[in-house]
Design a protein around this ligand. Structure first.
Ligand code: CEZ
Length: 790
């Protein structure tokens, strides 16, 4: 694996077998594709619910993208068979399905395209794919150069999976006027009302080329024949037999017979995607087919991805670290904020946290999102399970399960928006409710959410958990209506405190008496957690419907959970002394080379008063993986209590890098939702990446970089300077965009100073707030920090 920094970052993998599951991803508002280094692809588009156009060979259940996705030989992919007509040798590119060892291989991930550079027996091949800014189409370019001094006769056969489209009706054939293979189907349904919903579906899959093929094939089984995908029977003939698929599984294969003179290059352009009808395919063809059009589309798509530039760039001297924070993390954060993980009903907590990240990129989007979220609150204060993003969207899957935590996120995440923008006008926006046209200010919406949370507590003032809190699958702790959550009680106390602090800091006019009551409520909840859930060295996770306290040393499995410890630090429930004990217990039981596990030991059998989480495989997802979302809460909490070295150490462990790629199996272009845990139970699998790039981690990780590590955090009166450099990082420089001012900064530890010294454009700053930064102006900030001893 290699990376190179600079304006256009690229990550390269030079073997198809070293990290066989390594992937990159491309997306736009309407589709996403995850591309595996060996040629497999997972892709979906929105119509407006997620749908497929390149299917697996069997009927798939609809679900979110799976962790540790498994690839198999007939897995959907985009492959190219290549026949040397002179020697008869056949290979497949980029690697699957034939798995022939290639002379050289490079899988390259850039901002807005994914490419392979391959050499084999004197042929140089480049395969490149990009998406467009809005349309539903993959743009592929396949170029082959004869690098020898002899004439070469070859056949190129793109093999694009259409797959098992439908049990009702499916077919595919070559359409001459479009110069495309077009698969067609009827999305299966049984209810008559679905007919009307499906009527306008894009039930066609097209594979279109700029070059007329010598022959084609659209029938997967016949193409493969007895040889299998490894050695397809159809490739034995001089020419493909132009075979349709009539209710057989469709595929898109074309053959291009080509003579290449010495040094000659030949390129083929292909367009692949879903469409409603031939007219739509023709429109896409008109828009994107042709060299100039492709170049223009690539440029626009790059410009779209570049909109994800965030507010900080850093130079720490560690190229991998810088590249990740300057490039890949903002890119991933932008994906979350801009397209909401391509869901039409994102879970409310995800929506709010993903949009917290957007405050570092396009805060006006955060503003809109937060207004939309509270407009779906009911007048009793309850926040919805998910936020519906279009008129006919419905709450589905996990959003039909009652979770008790949705009210805490807005008061917690709102501060980032205010800090980045200073825009207090948001708080006075008048917004209606899901079940009432009555309008209330944004502030009032937040307070109604807090009132609801405060009421949703038991006689001890602990928060009911219903069928889950932040932890989705902790569904049986309180399903009978009694069980309570330590984490949610702490999160509620934290949300209340954040809200009261924010109002004070930003001078928001409030009902004083109400705010005093809020402060008191937060204190009482913290006290209740201490009284009922502190167990000697750490906080328990909750009390079940049966009254059993769990997440303590008495348990054999699930003894200690990370979240209650982190959030006790945030909410102010824990004393210094307790914190020391918690940190020690976490270090002993939860820390692994990839970071902090979410709980330990992982459950190995169902616990009926805890729930579905205990049925997940040990070390996977919430059952004790290094679940990065939980790990970043801990890191953020450590920063709040001054544990800067420890925070940085764990943050470094979380970052995907070239060094840990062998263990994680992924490339350093996104932070995954988890690394396998159960470190002591299943050490062999520990550390493996989930390869899932959907995760609430991104915004918090970026927040830690900007507000904590660099300590360049907005506040009511300007930009607060309070870096938290660890002992191992003696300096960091970079550029911070803040309310449209540009600040070039250098932060370094220096033995001459024993207190922080701040210079702005050479002038000493008293206090640590840069008060009157002007939009459009560029500044030079120098911060000298006392040396932090190891
Ligand atoms: O989904 C995430 C949720 O999107 O799990 C987090 C939760 O806070 C996020 O909102 C922790 O539970 O079993 C399940 O239902 C899983 O919980 C998944 O839905 C989980 C996956 O990691 C999705 O990426």
């Amino acid at each position: 694996v290699e990376t190179n920094c600079g304006n256009l970052s690229k990550v390269k993998l030079t073997s198809p077998t070293a990290l066989p599951n390594a992937t990159g991803f491309l997306w736009n508002q309407n589709m996403v594709m995850q591309v595996n280094c060996r040629g497999y692809v997972n892709s979906l588009f929105m119509q407006p619910e997620p749908a497929k156009y390149s299917y697996a060979p069997n009927m798939e259940a609809k679900s979110f993208i799976q962790p540790e996705h498994s690839y198999f030989s007939h897995h959907p992919g985009r492959f190219f068979y290549l026949k040397d007509e002179d020697s008869g040798e056949i290979i497949s590119l980029p690697y699957e399905p034939m798995r022939v060892q290639l002379d050289s291989f490079s899988f390259e991930l850039a901002d807005s395209h994914i490419a392979w550079l391959i050499e084999h027996r004197g042929l140089k091949i480049e395969v490149k794919v990009n998406l467009t800014e809005f349309d539903l189409v993959e743009c592929w370019l396949f170029s082959v150069t004869n690098a020898t001094d002899k004439i070469r006769n070859i056949s190129v056969y793109p093999y694009f999976t259409i797959g098992y489209m439908s049990w009702m009706n499916q077919s595919a054939t070559y359409n001459e006027s479009l110069n495309a293979i077009v698969g067609d189907c009827v999305t299966p349904y049984q209810k008559v009302e679905d007919y009307f919903k499906h009527k306008d579906f894009k039930d066609k899959t097209f594979f279109l080329s700029d070059t007329k093929p010598s022959a084609w094939h659209a029938n997967q089984k016949v193409f493969e024949g007895e040889g299998g995908l490894h050695q397809p029977t159809a490739l034995q003939a001089d020419l493909l037999q132009n075979v349709d698929a009539r209710y057989e599984t469709p595929v898109a294969v074309m053959q291009f017979k080509q003579k290449l003179l010495a040094g000659e290059q030949k390129s083929y352009q292909f367009l692949f995607g879903p469409a409603k009808d031939d007219a739509e395919i023709a429109t896409i063809k008109e828009k994107y087919l042709g060299e100039q059009k492709l170049i223009a589309a690539r440029k626009d798509y790059l410009a779209y991805i570049k909109q994800g530039k965030a507010c900080v760039t850093v130079d720490s001297g560690n190229a991998g670290f810088d590249d990740f924070f300057n490039h890949w993390l903002p890119r991933q954060m932008f994906y979350h904020g801009d397209v909401n993980r391509l869901s039409t009903d994102p879970q409310t907590r995800n929506y709010i946290q993903d949009n917290m990240g957007m405050a570092f990129i396009h805060p006006e989007k955060t503003r809109q999102a937060y207004i939309l979220a509270v407009s779906q609150q009911t007048i009793n204060g309850a926040m919805p399970e998910g936020v519906l993003l279009y008129k006919d969207a419905e709450l589905k899957y996990i959003n039909q399960v009652p979770h008790a935590d949705h009210g805490v996120w807005l008061p917690i995440c709102l501060l980032v928006y205010l800090n980045e923008t200073g825009d207090v006008s948001l708080l006075n926006e008048l917004i209606s409710f899901a079940d009432s046209t009555e309008k209330q200010t944004f502030s009032r919406h937040i307070e109604l959410a807090l009132d609801y949370l405060i009421k949703a507590t038991d006689h001890r003032r602990l928060s009911f958990i219903e069928q889950g809190d932040w932890c989705d699958p902790m569904n049986m702790v309180g399903y009978k209506g009694k069980g309570v959550s330590a984490w949610l009680s702490l999160a509620t106390a934290y949300a209340i405190t954040m809200w009261c602090d924010l109002c004070e800091e930003y001078n928001i006019s409030v009902n004083q008496q109400r705010h005093e009551e809020y402060r008191l409520a937060a204190k009482m909840m913290n006290n209740a957690v201490n009284q009922h859930l502190w167990h000697d060295k750490w906080f328990a996770r909750g009390i079940t419907d049966e009254g059993r306290v769990f997440g303590t040393d008495k348990d054999v499995e699930g003894k200690i959970f990370l979240n209650p410890q982190s959030w006790a630090m945030l909410s102010g429930a824990s004393s210094k002394e307790q914190q020391t004990k918690m940190i020690t217990a976490i270090s002993k039981q939860l820390i692994t080379p990839q970071g902090a596990m979410m709980l330990a030991p992982s459950y190995t059998a169902m616990v009926e008063d805890v729930g579905r989480i205990t049925q997940k495989h040990p070390g996977v997802s919430e059952n004790g993986s290094v679940y990065n979302h939980a790990a970043i809460f801990y890191i953020y909490a450590l920063y709040q209590v001054g544990q800067n070295d420890l925070a940085f150490d764990l943050l470094s462990k979380m970052l995907p890098s070239i060094d840990n790629a062998k263990v994680t199996g992924q490339l350093p272009i996104y932070v995954p939702n988890y690394y396998r845990g159960a470190y002591h139970q299943l050490p062999e699998q520990a550390g493996r990446s989930s390869h899932l790039f959907n995760t609430g981690t991104t915004s918090w990780l970026y927040r830690c970089l900007v507000e904590e590590l660099c300590g360049l955090k907005g506040c009511a009166t300007g930009l607060k300077v309070a870096p938290k450099l660890p002992s191992s990082m003696k300096q960091i420089s970079g550029q911070r965009l803040f309310r449209k001012a540009i600040i070039d900064f250098e932060l370094y530890q220096q033995s001459e100073v024993d207190t922080v010294e701040i210079l702005l454009d050479g002038q000493v700053v008293t206090g640590n707030i840069l008060g009157d930064l002007k939009a459009g102006q560029q500044y030079k900030l120098l911060v000298k920090l006392p040396i932090v001893e190891q």
